[in-house]
Design a protein around this ligand. Structure first.
Ligand SMILES: Nc1ncnc2c1ncn2[C@@H]1O[C@H](COP(=O)(O)OP(=O)(O)OP(=O)(O)O)[C@@H](O)[C@H]1O
Length: 652
């Protein structure tokens, strides 16, 4: 059934809810200590010293030790300190395997061989994370080696894979130097380079795994988490920069210390300068694209190709993927740093994709086909070449039922719309290949994280390609919202069937309390005498669990399970607004009643308790210790009414 991708995961047959596979802890995970205490470092160092004194074997580029078993686009959480231990303490040595230890040692060796200066300055202890484009290692200063462990400062050393394009590394570096070190955004101490290898030295932050806490947070903690994420995004967006890779593994959180850090600016890009007037728009847009093409011809393609090949190669080994990455990047022409600096001034690079031959989705019987919309009276703004060639502007397409692309379509310009990012966090405008993407891209990703937390489903979206990703969004938000947005963005989407929107509150509570609503006894109680139970045609759930916004069924009451204020759902809706032009900004989100009402309530409590003489520290502790208990229907009604009242007051 078309557009039912999500519900294949959440099938109603038998056990209703099947937890997404990638949401479960993976044996591939490695931990902050990389398989051993970082006390083991001296031994590793000794071995390393020996290696350094020998002539280093030139390693084949593809034989990077980090290459094995890594996904180019991964849904898994990054490895991290599993205990959330304080930076001053030593990382514990939990479920680690020999393989992980070997990988950690390999990563250390690779770093020290490729950038020998690192070995002069740092003791490198273990691998703390690895991503698509880098390996991150834990280091301490050699000149502090005489200090007790607890006093030695720790650093995260991000070792870029040698195939990373210098532009990419340069951009990431510039982002961190310009914006980092404040508002939960990671800063940088220094960057070391030796030949083709580069490493960033950043402050290290011990952090918890999202897997370990996303189901355990109470409302105040969720509020704290989201507020800090939005603070980081607000800061980044002030610079007109889109992070493009906002996801739990890039937003580090130390629960014990209540510290947050947004990392990984590897995909960050500047927002396009606004385009003026439709006549000039096409030209300027085209010019921008051309500029980008001439400035950075392959990097965009690489990002695109990497992402695409990643999903296509889901079943292949890391080495194959890395090889592809290398193939792409080996085509990249290198250019002087001056050019790179200049290109910084240029509008950001946009990834290319051919709009003419959009392949219909075969999988899941979903046929979502995107194409350019018919030209408007004023002409289309984006990449349609209509301004360049009057004849081609309104020319009819003759592709249909022909084995080749018609001339009119061939004359159209390619659409250059970046799709850089992690699957599952890409917003509709990216999936619709809208070229003028803004910081709203990050806000959507923050919304997806919020949805994961509120529904206790992680990862929430898990599509193998962009078409299915779009189908997942249609399944939740309905086809009308997507169609309208597509129209507003001058895109057209063709869906094989209609789909009504689901209610986000029902969705969150239903999945959060999945054990209750998927209980066999509950099903039994709703079954007819012949043992059948009706299933909603729109949401594919049993009628008593129907999630549709306008449900025609009498569903199981949810109020008893409510644990969020009404403002939380409202914020969720605004973060996940389909139309990027209407989506709330990070700055606006921080003014949302979900945050402000709680602050005011806290202040009021503080005020009351000051009068009672309760020490501030105790009051704070109580606030943080507050546990969420299911509210009674009356309490809930009161809470919702208060919430709405507060929103109205705030608006005034
Ligand atoms: N400053 C830091 N302190 C502690 N751990 C860090 C730090 N920076 C990065 N890490 C760890 O390393 C992991 C990978 O880092 P990062 O995301 O920067 O690499 P990447 O290669 O760009 O990854 P991705 O494939 O997700 O883009 C993070 O998820 C995190 O666990």
């Amino acid at each position: 059934m078309a557009d039912r991708v999500l519900y294949q995961e959440l099938a109603t047959t038998g056990n209703h809810y099947r937890r997404p596979r990638s949401g479960v802890g993976s044996p591939n995970m490695v931990y902050a200590n990389g398989g051993g205490s970082w006390r083991a470092a001296p031994r590793q160092q000794q071995r390393q010293q020996q290696q350094l004194h020998q002539k280093p074997n030139p390693q084949p580029l593809f034989n990077s030790p980090a290459a094995g078993g890594r996904c180019l686009v991964k849904q898994e959480e990054q490895p991290m300190d599993p205990t959330g231990a304080e930076m001053v303490g030593l990382p514990a040595t939990p479920r680690t395997t020999k393989q992980a230890r070997n990988k950690s040692e390999e990563a250390i060796n690779d770093l020290l061989v490729r950038i020998p200066d690192i070995g002069q300055l740092f003791d490198v202890h273990s691998r703390i994370g690895n991503g698509t484009f880098s390996t991150v290692l834990l280091g301490t200063l050699r000149r502090e080696s005489h200090l007790p462990d607890s006093l030695r400062r720790k650093f995260a050393i991000k070792h870029h894979i040698p195939t990373s394009h210098p532009d990419r590394i340069m951009k990431e570096l510039q982002c961190m130097t310009k914006m980092g070190g404040t508002d939960n955004v990671v800063g940088i101490h220094c960057c070391l380079r030796c030949d083709a290898s580069a490493a960033f030295v950043m402050p290290y932050m011990a952090h918890d795994r999202f897997h370990d806490f996303y189901t355990r947070m109470d409302v105040p903690e969720i509020r704290l988490y989201m507020r800090n994420l939005l603070v980081a995004l607000r800061h980044v967006h002030k610079f007109d920069v889109i992070h493009r890779d906002v996801k739990p593994s890039n937003f580090l959180y130390n629960r014990r210390r209540r510290e947050f850090l947004l990392v990984d600016f590897g995909l960050a890009q500047h927002v396009n300068p606004p385009v003026m007037g439709s006549a000039g728009t096409g030209a300027s847009s085209a010019a921008n694209n051309n500029n980008n093409n001439s400035k950075r011809p392959r990097e965009r393609e690489t990002t695109e190709a990497v992402q695409q090949s990643a999903s296509a190669d889901a079943g292949l080994g890391g080495a194959v993927k890395r090889m592809r990455l290398h193939e792409e990047s080996s085509k990249m022409p290198l250019k002087p740093v001056n050019d790179i600096a200049q290109s910084e001034m240029q509008p950001p690079a946009l990834d290319g994709s051919n709009p003419v031959q959009q392949q219909p989705v075969q999988q899941q019987q979903t046929q979502a086909q995107m194409d350019q919309t018919a030209s408007t009276a004023s002409g289309s703004k984006y990449n349609t070449n209509r301004n360049a060639s009057g004849a081609a502007n309104n020319a009819k397409c003759f592709c249909f039922a022909n084995p080749s692309v018609c001339l009119n379509c061939l004359m159209k310009k390619e659409i250059h719309a970046s799709r850089a990012g992690t699957p599952g966090y890409r917003p509709p405008e990216v999936l619709l290949k809208y070229p003028d993407q803004t910081t709203a891209v990050d806000v959507w990703a923050a919304g997806v994280i919020f949805l994961s937390i509120m529904s206790s489903v992680y990862p929430f979206f898990k599509a193998p390609n962009d078409f299915i990703a779009l189908a997942e969004i249609v399944t939740i938000f309905g086809d009308q919202a997507i169609r309208k947005t597509a129209l507003a963005l001058e895109r057209m989407i063709t869906l094989s069937q209609r789909s009504r929107p689901l209610n986000l509150r029902k969705l969150c509570l239903r999945f959060r309390h999945r054990s209750v609503f998927s209980d066999a006894k509950l099903l039994k109680s709703h079954e007819s005498v012949d043992g059948r139970c009706e299933v909603c045609r729109n949401c594919d759930q049993y009628f008593f669990n129907c999630l549709c916004e306008d449900s025609e069924y009498l569903t199981e009451p949810l109020d008893a399970y409510e644990c969020f204020p009404a403002s939380a759902y409202d914020l969720l809706h605004r973060l996940l607004e389909i139309n990027p032009h209407k989506r709330i900004t990070a700055d606006e989100a921080l003014q949302h009643p979900f945050f402000t009402a709680a602050e005011e309530a806290e202040q009021a409590t503080d005020h009351d308790q000051v009068a009672n003489g309760t020490p501030r520290k105790v009051r704070r502790q109580r606030y943080h210790n507050h546990k969420t208990v299911p509210a009674t229907p009356e309490q809930l009604k009161q809470q919702v009414a208060l919430d709405l009242q507060q929103t109205a007051i705030n608006k005034l």
